[in-house]
Unconditional design. Structure first.
Length: 166
């Protein structure tokens, strides 16, 4: 089975952003965070992770800024509500993080963190720096950049992540 989107991982990364699964638009365009209204690339630019606004198709170029990308579900795509727990590969995700040991892993939304931590409800997840780690990689939860999660949006938590990394 082939990944919907390739991982963007390497050694010595400052941050790896992890979502749940590629959305339908991302799968169609073969690019991370490609859905209409997704704030991912504009947030990276406005918070200083990148020096300019990237297009979704340029996602592989984020490596030059020590930014990596992955998802918990590598072999399917769609809205989180349409996916089942069997779609997510948390062990494979953990193994990748242990191999590459980025400074920090940022879950793009509470849903991804909920799935990774094996929790039953996103209300059990708090935004910000978490108490647990994967090896030496610290874990952080930021509000989802997805258009469908807009009512929970708070760019300040993305700014805090950027300041923490610096």
């Amino acid at each position: 089975m082939e990944n919907i989107l390739p991982d963007v991982l390497d050694n010595n990364l400052e941050v790896v952003f992890c979502g749940t699964a590629p959305g339908d638009a991302s799968a169609s365009r073969q690019a991370y965070y490609a859905g209409r209204g997704n704030l991912f690339y504009s947030t990276l630019a406005s918070c200083g992770f990148t020096p300019r606004l990237f297009r979704p198709e340029e996602f592989k170029d984020l490596l030059q800024y020590k930014i990596g990308l992955t998802d918990l579900a590598k072999f399917t795509h769609g809205m989180d509500s349409k996916l089942s727990i069997e779609d997510f590969g948390t062990k494979g995700f953990r193994d990748k993080i242990l191999r590459y040991q980025p400074k920090i892993v940022c879950f793009n939304g509470k849903e991804a963190a909920k799935i990774y931590f094996g929790l039953s409800n996103t209300k059990q997840v708090t935004f910000g720096l978490q108490d647990s780690k994967i090896g030496s990689s610290k874990l952080y939860v930021a509000p989802s950049t997805s258009f469908s999660a807009r009512k929970y949006w708070d760019e300040e938590l993305w700014w805090k992540l950027r300041k923490y990394i610096k």
